[in-house]
Design a protein around this ligand. Sequence first.
Ligand SMILES: Nc1ncnc2c1ncn2[C@@H]1O[C@H](COP(=O)(O)OP(=O)(O)OP(=O)(O)O)[C@@H](O)[C@H]1O
Ligand SMILES: [Mg+2]
Length: 439
Amino acid sequence: MIWKLKVQVASSSVFPLTCMLSFSESKSTNDGSRDQPAAPVVSGSTTTSNAESNSSTSKVGEELKVASQLRKFTFYELKSATRNFRPESLLGEGGFGCVFKGWIEENGTAPVKPGTGLTVAVKTLNHDGLQGHKEWLAEVNYLGELQHPNLVKLIGYCIEDDQRLLVYEFMPRGSLENHLFRRSLPLPWPIRMKIALGAARGLAFLHEEAEKPVIYRDFKTSNILLDADYNAKLSDFGLAKDGPEGDKTHVSTRVMGTYGYAAPEYVMTGHLTSKSDVYSFGVVLLEMMTGRRSMDKNRPNGEHNLVEWARPHLGERRRFFRLIDPRLDGNFSIKGALKAAQLAHACLSRDPKSRPLMSEVVEVLKPLINLKDMASSSYFFQSMQAERAAANSNNQTGRNGLKSQASFPRNGHQPVRSLSNGSHPSPYRQSPKPNDKQP
Ligand SMILES: Nc1ncnc2c1ncn2[C@@H]1O[C@H](COP(=O)(O)OP(=O)(O)OP(=O)(O)O)[C@@H](O)[C@H]1O
Ligand SMILES: [Mg+2]
């Protein structure tokens, strides 16, 4: 097994360099004839000549037959819709590339004046090889077919020479990651539970309701997007896989996903089941409860890995309180937090068979969003706070166990993609990170 590590670097206020590069590449491509192929940017197995890019385009055209209801955009349309991929339109950047805000006509593909028509998010693929193209294709094929209120809507795509773009409905509140770890105001507990429920419904649909079961494989806070009412929608189907068919118990795959979220048995064996997603859900639920990232090298020794740190407290009725995000300052439901801790414990079970189905997770979460038994008014919580304060005064950190999120790298986690076989070197790719602003 070979791992391709993508190390993500903090950059909240500076416009990411790679986005500037892709902007200037796009610009030069389009200042000439729109039909000219973009200059080849990377080595390796990506398209390096006009002839090759044309043949790959037509091959891909065949592979895209299923997605006929999607709108097909030209590069020029998307360039105009995002006002030349300008920095002010940047919504964020991930491993795939940069995401820009844009405006298109309600029912077509033509760009329109900002603030009119349909607001969209345009994801541009970095020119970085076959893996990127495969993920682009998986996204188009899965999201083109799957429709559910808890999956982000893919509106269309662009494939032109070696340009690959995706056009989504715009999600005004951005990603859960931004809200949980980057905003100064803590996300209220009932909203956290609402988001957990929405995201669980999305996974339950993929596993148990879709025509063919789908394993999502990249469940994490940055892939949970939020609409104006904090309804959660899953995005990024680049790593999604068809579930096992017939009497098969698992799918065998290259190990791909993100450190800190991938289920241990999947990392060890490459055997993928829907229970791998359930484990990742447990990690995200824990992140929502604690306000801590799944991996955080800035925390004291023994606390880098959230699951390892939290596991001993999860099953303990009296100790689970210590896990709850101190920034909530007691503004969480005691019953709700206890149920959420038990649920996370079950999802994070080392034995995949002991993990619940996502439909069961949905049932447990449903009642939790309306609970009003706030811990701040309980005697038990107040005495625990006093205990915590005493412990903190003995401990020189004086930080209530929580460092300021603002000082963290933007992504404490390290997304990891493996390569298909041993024939490629294992490249370490640094990708500057997104603005957290949502223009
Ligand atoms: N449809 C959308 N509406 C609004 N903002 C979006 C949308 N899609 C993505 N974004 C923003 O762009 C950011 C980058 O998204 P992207 O999926 O490319 O990367 P990521 O999820 O952060 O990382 P990774 O590549 O590891 O999945 C998101 O975190 C989010 O803030
Ligand atoms: Mg993503």
